[in-house]
Structures are given as C-alpha cells and as structure tokens.
Write a protein that binds this ligand. Sequence first.
Ligand code: PLP
Length: 456
Amino acid sequence: LRNDTLDQWDRENLFHPSTHLAQHARGEAPSRIVETGSGVYIEDRNGTKLLDAFAGLYCVNVGYGRSEISDAIAEQAKKLAYYHSYVGHGTEASITLSKMILDRAPANMSKVYFGLGGSDANETNIKLVWYYNNILGRPEKKKIISRWRGYHGSGLMTGSLTGLELFHKKFDLPLAQVLHTEAPYYFRRPDTAMSEADFVAHCAAELEAMIEREGPETIAAFIGEPALGTGGLVPPPQGYWEAIQPILKKHDILLIADEVVTGFGRLGSMFGSEHYNIEADIITIAKGLTSAYAPLSGSIVSDKVWKILEQGTDENGPIGHGWTYSAHPIGAAAGIANLELVDSLGLVKNATAMGTYMKAALQDALGDHPNVGDIRGEGLLMAVELVEDRSARTFFDPARKIGPTLAGELLKHGVISRAMPQGDILGFAPPLCINQAEIDTVVRATKAAIDAVLPD
Ligand code: PLP
C-alpha cells in the first residue's frame, strides 16, 4: 500500500490514544507509520531512521528486532496460540514464566496473576485489595490513596488513581473511593526554602493527616510508583519510602508498588522495590516483562495477601475475576525469552552504567544553561526539566508548549524523546541495551534542540 493511502485510511478509520482527535482527523496532528526496528532504532515508511530514546512507551527494554523473542512467539503460536487459564488450566509457557518472575521478585512475594497491560493489572490489584478486606470482615476499609502525578493507567479505577487532571476532566473521575496526596517531587516542593528532609517530612505528614481525617478504618491501600513515571520522571527524595512505609504499616494499609515502568531493570535494579527498600504487598508489572513484544502484565501478591485470598476462596468458591486473555501463551513465551535476554545481555547492570554515563553527559552539556532547571534520573529513567528562570524556579506558561516544541526539535536531530504531559519535562527512557555512542547522539541532539528553542 502507498503511504498516502495509509495516511488517508488512518485519518478516516482510526482514532488514536493520547491524540488530539479532531486535529488528527483533519490531518493536522503529527503522524508517522513505523515499519521496522533494530536495537535502539526504529525506521518509518519514509525511510527516516530515529534513535528511540523512550523505548516506545518505556517498554522495549531489550531493544527492537530481537529474533530470540520473535522466534519464541512463532514457536508458541504454531504449537498452541491460545488456551484459557480459567479453572486451573495452564500452559508450559505461563507456568514457567510465573516461576521466573517469582525467582526475580522480592522474597516476600508469593504468586502471580497475569493480565494484558498495566491498567488492567492495577484494576485487578484494587479488586484483590477489596476482596482481601471483605474476607477479613471489614468492608468499610476500601479507599485507595494515590499521589498527584502518579500514573496507574486510564481505566475507570486506574484513571482515577492516576493523579493527572487530563485523565479526570470530562470523565467524571476520580471515583469516590480514590484520594490523592502530595507528589514526592522535590524540585516542585511547595516552598523553595524546604530542605529535602523537610520535604519528606511534609509528604509523610500530609499522608498521615489524610489517613487520620478519613479514618484509617476506611483506607485499604496506598499505590505508588517507586519513582514517578509519566507524572514527571522523578526519583523520590532521599528517605521518602522509609518515611511512608511505617505510616502505612501502623494503619494496616496495604502498599501496592506499581512497577510497570520500574520492573525488570529500568532503574538499574531488577525491581524498583529492591532499589528503594520498598516492602510491597502487591507489585504491578507489565511493559518490561515482555519488552512489549506481546501484551502481558501481572499482579504479584505477597505471602501476607495470598494467605487471606486463599482463605476467602475456600469459603466462597472461585474468585469472580478473570480476563479471557489472562496468561496468554504467546505473551508468556515472549516473557520467557525476554527475561532470558535481560539476564544474558546483563541489561540491569548496563542500565546502571549507561544511566550514570548519560546523567553526567547531560550535566556537562546542559548544566549551565539558564533554562535547565533540573537534570535528574536513576538508571535509564531520566529527565531534563526546563524553567523560565532558574534562580527563581519559575515555570514557563504552559501555553508556550516548550516541552512538546523541544521534543519536536529533537526529532529533527533524529532522536525520539518524550515531552511528559504535565510541565516542560523532556523524558528519556531508552532501551536498556543502549551504548555510550548512542547516548552521545541523544545528548548532542538534546543540547542542539535546547539551544535552538531557548537560546541563552
Ligand atoms: N502503571 C504505570 C506506572 C505506567 O507507567 C503505565 C503506563 O504507562 C500503566 C500503569 C498503564 O499501563 P498500560 O498502558 O499498559 O495499561
């Protein structure tokens, strides 16, 4: 098919996620038909090759074009493309993958339930938490605390948990059971005079005040990404998780660590929970589980949660929760081959080494620029935040769209970054197999883009 035919059919027949619908239909929004991928590069139908410094949507962790995974998918598809996993049915692939996940997960984790994507896994998690409290005879303990700027998906419950206004407005969200507390975002602290330790104490105090105001007997769980992702790519301030966890424990509130982005190496540790000493009750996984070669997600539950779930089903029969595609064999085959590659290529270690290199290179190139307010990151999750005035820490008028303009400029230099949805934040989360020369390309393009859009 010709490119112009595809363009026309696209506008006539499809509408896309996170897209200005009307502009796209009128042919005014950016569009690209992606054809192939290899390593950290993708290529479109016009022959434009781009270095993907956001790994798709921070998910293609092993890089594009890995035949080990596509061969595993093909073999599984030929052998058995699908059978369901209800009523104890399974496949070699899904059973093997569950063991591989638990071998890598924190020691207190006990069982995996498979889904398709991060949003449905978090929907599952909230149902599990509610089920758990019903079994324990405390049906009033149902509210969930999330953070402003957290991202947990875009369903009705998960869109509610997501702490970004765009996901609420015009959808009548958040749902009534969801509360949002302070984002652990030191750069945007409410008062510039606050030290990092003061800010952590402030986040902890806000959380505790919310729990006391609502009544601990009404709060079921707290959900958070180990390091904030879509809300701004922000590693937590020092001591944040150490301050939050005792408060949750004291009030018997479960902790859900949403590791959809941080799971399987992104921060330079196998899990973000391990990276920040988080002892979660439930962990959400998706993206890096298969490096997005096939859709698959999971809810990993701890011993503590499992023991109660098990008791409840003994009394009540089967759990009333399931997706047709839970534990899909093709996703599971992709997951096995992917986790084997993460190990054999040493990608978790590479994320640490390349992350350290990239942060230093960004600092060298941009550290003195008057509009670069913050260069932050952990492993290969990195951000450059632009400000109007560095010393006063004032932000640009959002109407100027500095972030998207910069991301557009980077594209002209052959590099895909991501303008994060709230604030002028350029995000980088490349495949974990990236090397120094490729990072140099990203850093050079970023400097050129910032110098062009914001000459100092
Ligand atoms: N949780 C986190 C932390 C995410 O970053 C995302 C997606 O970016 C999700 C959940 C939702 O995953 P999905 O888009 O696969 O539904």
